[in-house]
Design a protein. Structure first.
Length: 206
């Protein structure tokens, strides 16, 4: 595991530490698993590619990504929650999966080496979105792709986070127009955004 660079006193990390202790994100539910697999198929991730997974949580997606890239590829999966990272490390993921405790706004990675960012169920929690998107742009290669995915619709995600409140207040998926603007401002171009009753998928390129 990489050296950490996130604070121990981040209320959002504390919240997700508690989720980790309850095993909230340990495995996909029987309804979510086929959707997650469909989303991954659509991302067309190839053996040998280098992928970044922000907010990897307990690593339920990390293992699937590591299988897709194979031993010649790499998955750099990271999270701000120490307990999420600990639980991810207990999964005995293959060596192509590197797990780190760090924040999306400060990645300990070189410029321009990664093929895709796969952000599953995490984007609404990124509190400094321009800074995080700037880091994603920096570490992606010229043909790099940003995927933002959810195993639910935007309405479902936003209503859950609004009902939880507290540290999740304002942790909403932007409207299509807001996303388009945000991506433009951070050097991405929106290729498509699909918001369906059971999934959400956004593809952006540099
Ligand atoms: C809803 S969970 C999803 C976990 C995982 N992607 C999944 O679907 O199982 C969101 C995760 O994002 C992490 N997170 C939130 N803000 C982050 C940031 N700025 N940098 C890295 N991770 C972050 C949280 O700690 C949490 O584990």
């Amino acid at each position: 595991m990489r050296a950490e660079n996130s604070s121990n006193h981040n209320p959002l990390a504390d919240y997700f530490d508690r989720c980790a202790d309850e095993g909230v994100f340990e495995k996909f539910s029987p309804e979510e698993l086929p959707i997650a697999k469909d989303l991954l198929r659509e991302m067309n991730i190839q053996a040998g590619q280098k992928i970044i997974e922000p907010g990897c949580g307990e690593g339920r997606l990390t293992g699937l990504l590591a299988e897709m890239v194979g031993p010649q590829g790499k998955v750099f999966a990271f999270d701000i929650s120490p307990r999420m990272v600990e639980k991810c490390l207990t999964r005995n993921l293959p060596p192509q999966a590197e797990i780190a405790r760090t924040c999306a706004t400060n990645l300990p990675l070189p410029d321009g080496e990664f093929h895709a960012v796969v952000c599953l169920n995490t984007f609404p929690h990124l509190e400094d979105r321009p800074a995080a998107l700037g880091e994603f742009r920096r570490v992606l290669c010229r043909e790099g792709i940003l995927w933002i995915a959810h195993t639910r619709s935007r309405e479902w995600v936003n209503s859950l986070h609004s009902s939880i409140g507290g540290v999740l207040t304002g942790h909403l998926l932007p409207t299509d127009a807001e996303f388009d603007n945000l991506l433009r401002q951070t050097g991405f171009s929106l290729e498509f955004l699909r918001d369906l009753p059971d999934r959400y998928l956004l593809k952006a390129v540099l």
